[in-house]
Structure formats: C-alpha cells, structure tokens
Design a protein around this ligand. Structure first.
Ligand SMILES: [Zn+2]
Length: 613
C-alpha cells in the first residue's frame, strides 16, 4: 500500500462514491424500506438476500455472509487490490489522488495502457473525420445514409471510414509521433517481412471499410470493426485480441445500452453492429452486440450485472440459430432468464426494421419464445417426433433445461406446453421430467446447518430486541463467543462513549477474532475505512463490520448486556475442547500463522498428557 495516499482522500472518495450506485452497476437493486435488496453477486441464489445499506454505505449478504464497504465490494467483485479500487472510484467521483510509486513493471504496464487509450482515441477521431469530412470517406457516408443511419447516430456510435490505400492511418499517426511498432502492438497496423528482401513493411489493417468503433463502458475507443462495401473478403474484420483489448469482456454498444438494459430489466443481445445501431435508432435502448464472436461466459456475466433477463435476437439463418442455441446455454449457466426473438420474413433485426413497422418489432419482442420453447421448435424442425419413443426422447433432451428454471410455475408452464404440443397427458410429461429431476438433484440438501451447533452463552437474551442471530461460526470460535464479541462491538459502534468502560473490564487477550480486536482498538479514534496492512485483511475487517451492522440489534440495556457478553466470552474461553483447539490449529495453519499453530499444538499436547479431551 502506498502510504502517501492520505486518509482524508480515501474518506472523501468513500463518501462521494455512492455505494448504491456502484453496486447497482453489478446487481439489480430494489428499494425495500431503508435498504436496497438484490440477488447476491457472490453466490448463486433465487431469492434476494443481498442488502445494501445507504446510511452506513455497507453491503451484506445474509446468504453467503459476504459484506463490506464500497472499496471491498469492488475488490471482491472485480478482483482488485485496495489501491486499484480506490483509483477507479477516485477517478469516477473526481477526487485527485497523488501519483503513487509503483513497480517499474507496473509503471510500464500502466503507461502502455494509457498509450493504447490515446492511440485508439486518435484513430477513432481519424476514421470519424474521414467519414464525415473527407472526400475519401464519401463512399462510406453514402453507404450508411443509404442504410438509414442519420448523422446523430453516426456520432453516437462514433462510426468512421478507413480510406483506401496502405498507409492512411500509418501516416496520420506518424504525425502524432506514434511509431509503426506501437500500432502493430495494438493491432491497427500489420507488419510484413519479405523473406528474400529481409525488409519489413507496415500497412494499415483497415482499408476501404466502414469502421464500427468498439467503445468500453465509459465510451472510450478500445478496438475497431470494419466492414467492406463491396463483395471482397473478409466481409468483417476486427481488431485482434491484444493485452489492451479482450473481445470476451466487452459488448458492442454497452456504453449507451447499460442504462436502457437496467431500466428495461432485460438486455437485447444481437449479432451484428448494424443490428445494434438500427435497434437503438428504433428506440430500443437495451440492445448490445456480441462482437462478432460466439458469446463468452464473461460477456454473459457482464450482462448479468445489468439485468436478470436476456432476449437473443440473432440472425435467422442456420449459423444464427446454432449461435443462439449456444449463447442461450451460456446465459442459462450464468443464471439468466433467456428468451429468443423470432422475426418473420427477415434475416436479422436490421432488415426487419427496414421492412416492418417499429410496432411489429415491439410485438415480436413481446412474443419472444422462452429458450425451452425455442429449443423445442428447432428440435422438432430438425426431426419431427412421430412415435411415442420419439416424443419421450425429445422430452428427455429438454428436461435439463426445464429443470434449470428454479420456479415451479415456470416449470409447470413448460410441462403444459410440451403436453399440448406433443399430445401427451400432463401427468406423463411431468413423470418423464420428474424421473430425470431425481437423477440430477441427488446431491441436494447437504448445506451446512449451523443451527444445531448453536451454543448461546449470552445470558439475558431479553435484553436484545429484534435480534437476528443467524451467523456462521468461525471454525475455532464458539458461536456464543463470536456473537458476544459482535454484540460488544455493536454497542461500542453505536455508543463510543462506553468504550472506556469496556476497556477497563476487558482482560488482555480478550478478543478471539483478530478482526474484532482491530475494530475495538481502532474505533472511534481511527477511521475504519482507512486502509492499513494487507488487502485481504482490509476485506476481512470490512466484512466483519458489515456483519455487525447487519445484526441490527436494538439495545435497551447496553451496560448490562455488555457485562453479560464479556462474561460469556471469558467463561467460554476456559471451555475450549481439544477438538476446538485442533480446529483452531488448522485454521491458523491455513492463515499461515505457523507460530500460532505450534503454540496451539503444544497446548493440545499438554492437555492430552493430562488426560483431558
Ligand atoms: Zn451471497
């Protein structure tokens, strides 16, 4: 950690970056009373147990117990370090951080990334300028206007034209002191070495093509796609994958679509650049494109940040159908609801919108098939089931997808659909699917259940009102102690003036959980959002804090309760069994605390010698 990032700046970023806004870029949040709720991004679930508390600026999941502040959310979600998440948020909210000292390798990487951004920005400007203002771009502009694209849309999507010739971009960039080698690195220029001449040539990758600029979520150019205007091949050419550009992590049009997706609660996933542009132009703000490749898992995850449902609107040709089937599987695997748009008399949405009214497109969207229905149609078209065994086979093929839907209502809907389509009784269909359900669902129900281990040492439970004490037990801390510590901290966090009183009555080495000790030692004198030590330690502290806040206990007799809790922790301390000590030892080993583990091992040895268990 760079010690030169002052605490007040960290605090300023934390306060300015609204946790609800940041998290809602990853999770669909609904307001419930004072808090916001959604499906947890850290574990898979069907009913929301993920909570965001705007007053405390903390999040907490009652299902998997993930929790923390805005920094640790990004650290967890995006696998970032504290400093990285701080930087991202600082940039967003306009807080300037002092330049930090990073390793030479890191510096080089950062510099290269910045250079990449600059070069792509210049290139996008160049292609755009050629399209709009230069004679060479006229042909591209005519083409786009001919396809019904207006100037506003051209600007919104930063469309461009790569002129004929081998060195247009090369020359333009050399004016800005960009070397051919740099351009090769970002895939904008191709290098060719002639075998016998031993001479290296550089030439533009994109020539005589309409340019679709691929923008990141912030609207910055990161790559290009180019389409020819004649019959030459390849029809489409994209920037290659580089360290700078990863296709699988981006979606075409997301920079303008993400808000629309969130509002609609649904993304419209299309194949072509032109489809995305045409659909947006027709007023559907939730359209994105999968960048000309098969949909990736990361793209599916990206979509899931914005909405729980995706409608696939791929081409209606055979390749499009196969791509839609694959994309649907990937989206389902990520837990998204999937529907498929079927457009009659058109090969893609762009063509449909040219030959039909917008209302018809809207109606088609409303009548989109569920993924199971779509699969059914495709299967039936490929080989119509004529006999009873054919029909049973078809049901068995669809069953895994039907069983993936967590909703009983949805499942019955599919079963009814199949019974009607295939002319079978509902019971027969249900029986067939049910028999597969048992095979698939065999491993259910071995979730750990802590309730039978509950071991409440906290006396006078009536001093706690509205308690919600369903928390995981740290393997080496008895649940009673864990909760007693939480309650003490909860009281201190609310009533800092009681800290002195507690300090006086706490023996040394009172705290079993080091994070709890840290919170106690530092609050209220130090800011708990301030970063000290390791990233994982920081995340752990924030998680504990979120956990304590999530307890949400109303305390009526704080002082009595404090005394009870302190006593509870102390009496339990002497009751640690050998079994508990073993668990503690393993835990310490896993944490890398070998000295601690050895000490515990010695204690176990002593006790066993004394004949204790
Ligand atoms: Zn969770």
């Amino acid at each position: 950690m760079d010690k030169r990032i002052p605490e007040h700046l960290i605090e300023e970023v934390r306060q300015r970056a609204d946790i609800v806004e940041i998290i809602s870029e990853h999770v669909v949040l609904k307001r419930t009373g004072k808090n916001y709720q959604g499906l947890c991004p850290f574990h898979s679930e069907k009913t929301p147990s993920f909570n965001v508390n705007p007053d405390r600026q903390m999040f907490y999941c009652f299902g998997c117990h993930a929790g923390g502040n805005v920094f640790s959310f990004l650290m967890n979600k995006e696998n970032l370090t504290f400093v990285e998440s701080l930087k991202i948020l600082a940039e967003r909210v306009g807080v300037e951080l002092p330049e930090k000292e990073s390793s030479p390798a890191q510096k080089q990487k950062e510099a290269k990334h910045k250079r990449g951004q600059q070069i792509h920005e210049w290139s996008a400007e160049f292609f755009h300028d050629v399209l709009l203002n230069r004679q060479e771009g006229r042909i591209g502009l005519d083409y786009l206007i001919g396809r019904g694209i207006d100037l506003e849309t051209i600007k919104k999507f930063r469309l461009g034209y790569a002129p004929d010739g081998w060195d247009s971009l090369l020359n333009e960039m050399s004016k800005k002191s960009v070397t051919p080698e740099e351009l090769v690195e970002f895939g904008l220029i191709v290098r060719k070495t002639n075998e016998n001449e031993e001479k290296t040539h550089f030439y533009d990758r994109f020539r005589r093509r309409v340019i679709y600029t691929i923008l990141d979520i912030r609207g910055a150019p990161i790559a290009f796609g180019g389409r020819v205007l004649d019959e030459s091949l390849p029809k489409y050419l994209n920037s290659p994958e580089t360290q700078f550009f990863n296709k699988g992590h981006n979606l075409y049009g997301l920079h303008i679509a993400y808000r629309g997706i969130r509002e609609a609660g649904c993304a419209l996933l299309l194949e072509g650049y032109m489809d995305v542009i045409a659909v947006h132009k027709a007023g559907f703000a939730n359209a994105v494109g999968s960048l000309g490749t098969a949909l990736t898992k990361d793209q599916a995850k990206l979509l899931k940040r914005y909405a729980p449902k995706v409608i696939i609107g791929y081409d209606s040709d055979e390749a499009g159908i196969q791509a839609a089937l694959r994309a649907g599987e990937i989206l389902l695997e990520q837990g998204l609801q999937v529907e498929v748009l079927v457009l009659k008399d058109a090969k893609d949405p762009d063509e449909f919108l040219k030959t039909h009214r917008i209302e018809e497109f809207k109606a088609s969207l409303e009548n989109a098939l569920t993924f199971v229905e779509y699969q059914y149609q495709i299967m039936v078209r490929e080989s119509p089931p004529r006999t009873i065994p054919d029909k049973a086979e078809l049901i068995r093929k669809l069953a895994p997808h039907i069983l993936k839907t967590g909703s009983a209502v949805e499942r019955e809907g599919y079963e009814r659909f199949l019974s009607l389509e295939l002319g079978l009784t509902l019971e027969a269909v249900q029986h067939e699917i049910g028999s597969l359900d048992k095979k698939i669902g065999g491993n259910r129900g071995n979730k750990e259940n802590f309730s039978n281990k509950q071991d409440i040492y906290v006396k006078n439970r009536n001093t706690i009102e509205g308690n919600n004490l369903d928390f995981p037990l740290e393997s080496f801390v008895p649940l009673g102690v864990f909760r007693a510590e939480q309650i003490i901290l909860s009281i201190i966090l609310e009533n800092p003036h009681l800290k002195d009183l507690v300090s006086e009555s706490l023996p040394e080495d009172f705290w079993r959980l080091q994070e709890h000790k840290y919170i106690f030692d530092n609050y209220p004198e130090n800011n708990l959002s301030y970063f000290q030590g390791e990233d994982s330690w920081y995340e752990q502290i924030q998680k504990r804090l979120a956990e304590i806040y999530a307890l949400n206990i109303e305390i009526s007799k704080a002082e009595t309760l404090l005394r009870d809790c302190i006593q509870a922790v102390q009496t339990t301390k002497n009751k640690e069994t050998v079994e508990e000590l073993q668990a503690k030892m393993i835990r310490l080993e896993n944490l890398g605390d070998m000295a601690g583990a050895l000490a515990v091992l010695q204690e176990i040895g002593e006790r066993l010698k004394r004949g204790e268990k």
